[in-house]
Design a protein around this ligand. Structure first.
Ligand code: ISL
Length: 566
C-alpha cells in the first residue's frame, strides 16, 4: 500500500471566518483578516486551511444557509478578496478548501424562490426540492428538524409542504433530480477554476432520501421522529458521490472530506476508500458523541465526561477498520463541538496546558489527516461566562431554549443554560484570542459574539512569546508528521493489555524503519507503568521537561522512537 497522496501527509487548520480576525472593525471576522493572519498560520506549519462557508447567506445558520453559491458574503469581503486569499495562501504553499453545503440551500436561493412559485409540472425548479402533499391535513411524515420543530413547512399558496432537515430557511435539495446534480457539479467546477484545493462536504451522507420517506423513531419527550437514522446513507448516496467524482473530483488534484453523520465503519469505507472513486476522507462522530445520559430536550447535562475507555475504544476501532483500505480525518473539535480541552481534557489552570498537549500528541500520531480547529493550538476553552440565553447567537441553542423552556416547559431555564454552557456550538465560535487588549485583538468593535473573558491569559501573543506553549507543541507535532513517514504509513497497534487500562492510553506506530511508542496519561494522577524499551531509544516529544520513565505524571504524554526489532 502506498501513501503518496499530498493530503495523506497534510495537517489542516479550520477557520470559522466570522470569528477569526476582523480587519474592518465591524465586529465580524472577514477574508482580509484571514489574509493578515496567514503568517501566523504558516508559522504553525499547516498545509491546508478549511474555511467554513463564506458564501452569500441570510446567515440563519452560521452561513450554512447559502443563497448564492457563486458569490461571497459581503460581510466577509468580496470575490477579489477571496482571489487574493487564494493567491497569497498559495504563495506560502498553503492550500485552501471550502465548505460545500449542498444537502440544502437557503430559502432565499433563486432555485427555491422559483420553486415556490407554482407546483405546476412546467415549473422545473419545483422538483429541485422535496415537496409533498399533506397527509390527512398534516405533515407528510413525522420527521423533526435537527434544530427543533417539524422538518416540514407548509406553503399556503401551493398547498404543499417542503422538507428541511435543518431550519425552515434551509430547504433540502432533491438529489434524485439529475438537473440538481448537474447544477451542483457545474458550480463545483466553477470554483475549481478559481484555484481552490478541494471541499469539505456538509452532511453529505444525508443527500439521498429514502423512497416514500418513512416515519422515523421518536425519542422520549420528543414530538417528532429523529430523521438521522432514516436519512443517513440513503439508497443512492454512493451512486451520486461516484457521479460527482467522475464529473468533478477526478479532474482536479483536490482534497475532499465528507461530513458523514451516522456512518458505521463499513459504510464509511465506501465513502473514503483508498480506491479513490468517492471521497478522500470523512468525518465520523463516534468519539465526539459520548455525552452520557444528557438529554437536550430536557436541558439535562449528565455531567458525564467521556472516559478513557470510551475514547480509546472508538479511536482504535476506526484506526483498525480503515488500515490499508480507507482514510480518515483526526479531530477533537470543530465549529459544532465544545472546545477540546474543556470536553476531553482538563481546563483547570494547573492542567489546561498539559492536557491540551496530551490530547494533541495522542491524536497527531495516529493514522489519518489531522484537523486543528482555530484556537485549539492556544488551548482555548468553552465560555463559562455564558449565563443568559441572550448571549447566544447559534440557532440550534436559541431554538432548543425556546421550544424546551419557553414553549413546552420541559426544562427550567437554569437547567437548559447549564446544558448549553457545556454543549452549545457557540463555545467554539467565540472570537479568536489574539492578544490581551480589548476584544482580544479580534476587532476594535464589539464582536458579534462575546469574547471569552479568559483572553487576557489565553491568547496568541502570549503563546508566541513562550517557547513551551501549546502553539509550539503543535508546531513540533506538525513538523514531525512532515518528517517521519511512519506517522502516515505506519501500522497502528494498541500496546498489549492497554485496552483495559483506566489511566493510560498507549499505542505504537511501526514501519520497516522505525517504531514510535506513544504513552498518554488521561488523568490528573501520577501513574506507575512499566514499558519495555530497547537499549537505544530517544524521546521524540513530551509535555514535561524531563522523563521519569515508569512514572507517568498527570496528563503526561511522551513519544519514544526506536528501531524495529531492537
Ligand atoms: O444530528 C445531526 C445529523 O444526524 C446533526 O448533528 C448534524 O450532523 C450536524 O448538525 C451537521 O452539521 C453541519 O450541517 C449543519 C450546520 O449547522 C453545521 O454547522 C454543519 O457542520 C447544517 O448545514
Amino acid at each position: 500500500m502506498t501513501y503518496d497522496k499530498w493530503w495523506q501527509k497534510a495537517v489542516v487548520y479550520q477557520i470559522y471566518p466570522k470569528s477569526f480576525q476582523d480587519s474592518n472593525n465591524d465586529g465580524v471576522g472577514d477574508i482580509q483578516g484571514i489574509i493578515n493572519r496567514l503568517p501566523y498560520i504558516k508559522a504553525l506549519g499547516v498545509d491546508v486551511i478549511w474555511l467554513n462557508p463564506i458564501y452569500q447567506t441570510p446567515d440563519i445558520d452560521g452561513g450554512y444557509d447559502i443563497s448564492d453559491y457563486q458569490s461571497i458574503n459581503p460581510q466577509l469581503g468580496t470575490m477579489s478578496d477571496f482571489e487574493s486569499l487564494i493567491s497569497e495562501a498559495h504563495h506560502l504553499d498553503v492550500k485552501i478548501i471550502m465548505d460545500l453545503v449542498v444537502n440544502h440551500t437557503s430559502s432565499q436561493h433563486e432555485w427555491f424562490q422559483k420553486s415556490m412559485v407554482s407546483k405546476s409540472a412546467t415549473n422545473k425548479y419545483r422538483d429541485y426540492y422535496v415537496w409533498r402533499d399533506p397527509v390527512n391535513g398534516h405533515e407528510p411524515n413525522n420527521w423533526g428538524s435537527f434544530f427543533s420543530g417539524p422538518a416540514w413547512t407548509y406553503d399556503e399558496p401551493t398547498g404543499q409542504y417542503y422538507l428541511h432537515l435543518f431550519t425552515k430557511e434551509q430547504p433540502d435539495l432533491n438529489w434524485d433530480n439529475p438537473d440538481v446534480r448537474e447544477s451542483i457539479f457545474a458550480m463545483m467546477n466553477w470554483w475549481a477554476d478559481k484555484g481552490i484545493d478541494g471541499f469539505r462536504m456538509d452532511v453529505i451522507s444525508l443527500i439521498s432520501k429514502p423512497k416514500n420517506l418513512p416515519d422515523a423513531p421518536v425519542k422520549e419527550n420528543d414530538t417528532y421522529g429523529n430523521p438521522g437514522v432514516v436519512v443517513s446513507n440513503g439508497p443512492h448516496v454512493h451512486q451520486y458521490i461516484q457521479e460527482m467524482n467522475q464529473k468533478v473530483l477526478s479532474k482536479h488534484h483536490w482534497m475532499t472530506v465528507g461530513e458523514t453523520t451516522g456512518v458505521t465503519t463499513d459504510e464509511a469505507k465506501r465513502y473514503a476508500s483508498l480506491d479513490g472513486n468517492e471521497l478522500n476522507m470523512l468525518f465520523q462522530f463516534e468519539h465526539v458523541g459520548y455525552d452520557g445520559n444528557s438529554n437536550a430536550a430536557l436541558g439535562q447535562f449528565s455531567g458525564y465526561k467521556p472516559t478513557l475507555h470510551d475514547i480509546r475504544k472508538s479511536l482504535v476501532k476506526w484506526q483498525k477498520a480503515f488500515a490499508g483500505s480507507a482514510w480518515t480525518s483526526l479531530y477533537w473539535s470543530n465549529h459544532d463541538q465544545p472546545r477540546a480541552v474543556s470536553w476531553f481534557g482538563n481546563k483547570a489552570p494547573e492542567f489546561r496546558d498539559l492536557s491540551a498537549k496530551m490530547l494533541a500528541a495522542l491524536l497527531h500520531f495516529m493514522q489519518g489527516t489531522p484537523y486543528i480547529y482555530q484556537g485549539e493550538e492556544l488551548g482555548m476553552t468553552n465560555n463559562d461566562n455564558f449565563h443568559d440565553i441572550s448571549q447566544y447567537r447559534d440557532v440550534e441553542a436559541i431554538n432548543l431554549y425556546r421550544t424546551t423552556v419557553l414553549e413546552k416547559g420541559l426544562a427550567t431555564s437554569n437547567d437548559m443554560l447549564d446544558y448549553l454552557r457545556v454543549h452549545s456550538r457557540d463555545n467554539a465560535r467565540t472570537p479568536m484570542q489574539w492578544g490581551n487588549q480589548l476584544y482580544a485583538g479580534f476587532s476594535a468593535h464589539k464582536p458579534w459574539l462575546e469574547v471569552n473573558p479568559n483572553y487576557k491569559t489565553i491568547n496568541a501573543e502570549a503563546a508566541l512569546e513562550n517557547q513551551n506553549s501549546i502553539f509550539y507543541f503543535y508546531q513540533q507535532l506538525i513538523a514531525l508528521r512532515h518528517k517521519l513517514p511512519v506517522i502516515t504509513n505506519g501500522r497502528f497497534d494498541l500496546v498489549a493489555n492497554n485496552e483495559t487500562d483506566d489511566q493510560i492510553f498507549a499505542y505504537t506506530r511501526q514501519n520497516s524503519d522505525m517504531v514510535l511508542l506513544i504513552i498518554a496519561n488521561f488523568t490528573d494522577k501520577t501513574v506507575n507503568r512499566h514499558f519495555d524499551l530497547p537499549k537505544h531509544y530517544k524521546c521524540l516529544i513530551q509535555n514535561y521537561h524531563d522523563d521519569l520513565l515508569d512514572i507517568i505524571r498527570p496528563y503526561e504524554v511522551k513519544v519514544y522512537q526506536y528501531a524495529p526489532n531492537a
